[in-house]
Design a protein. Structure first.
Length: 231
């Protein structure tokens, strides 16, 4: 059984250069936006989203599956699977990005973009908390949010999520994320599409990033479509 962990308040101060605000589509007029891969036909959104009850039909074996009813993730080309958030090139190993010091939860899985390094790294993180206080504050936006939460929820595998953008910066480091939060079957689920790194010009000689920050953001947004729910 995974142990729940408490947030370490002394985590590395890294942050955002306000650059990744378009990772996920938003609905208009109060409708729920459905996450689709880049270039997908918007008109096919409802047909492509059968909802939690039929989520597993015809899918390949998941790379991660929580106990039912819970969350699952299908394979995503160009990523590797990790069962913790402890990487030396990314911020905060806690269960959700920018978790407050008293927050309690557990990392479930991360899809790490292949090639991620200290210059530019990206990963899709999923964490969960069953702690009553963390569930109660699940949808709260952190102080690091770069704006208010989106007015319309985002549909991820048939479950509506609150969506907001977060980021921070210090010295030559940055971290940014498109963050999604939902209470489902009594648990708080946190999904963070994290892009982090260091300005390449601070190295001697300057280093070449494995991919651009925008490329990382786009790939992580596409990977979000691999998330579904086990009924």
């Amino acid at each position: 059984m995974q142990k729940q962990i408490r947030n370490n308040p002394g985590w590395m101060a890294v942050g955002l250069t306000a650059l990744l605000c378009a990772c996920s589509p938003q609905g208009e007029g109060g409708a729920t936006a459905v996450v689709q891969p880049s270039g997908a036909d918007p008109g096919a959104a409802k047909a492509a989203d059968p909802g939690p009850a039929a989520a597993t039909a015809g899918r390949p074996s998941p790379v991660y599956q929580d106990a039912a009813p819970g969350i699952a993730v299908g394979p995503v080309v160009g990523t590797r699977v990790a069962r913790d958030f402890q990487r030396d090139y990314l911020a905060s190993p806690t269960w959700k990005l920018f978790a407050p010091p008293d927050s309690v939860g557990m990392p479930l899985v991360a899809l790490v973009l292949e090639g991620s390094d200290r210059v530019t790294a990206g990963e899709l993180r999923i964490g969960r908390s069953d702690n009553a206080a963390s569930v109660r504050t699940c949808l709260d936006t952190p102080a690091e949010a770069t704006g208010p939460a989106a007015s319309a929820p985002v549909d991820i595998g048939g479950v509506p999520f609150t969506h907001f953008t977060v980021g921070d910066a210090a010295m030559s480091h940055y971290v940014s994320a498109e963050s999604y939060r939902a209470v489902h079957h009594g648990s708080c689920y946190a999904i963070d599409l994290v892009v982090a790194g260091t300005r390449p010009e601070v190295y001697d000689p300057p280093r070449t990033p494995p991919f651009t920050q925008q490329e990382a953001a786009t790939r992580l947004a596409d990977a979000l479509t691999a998330v579904y729910w086990v009924p």
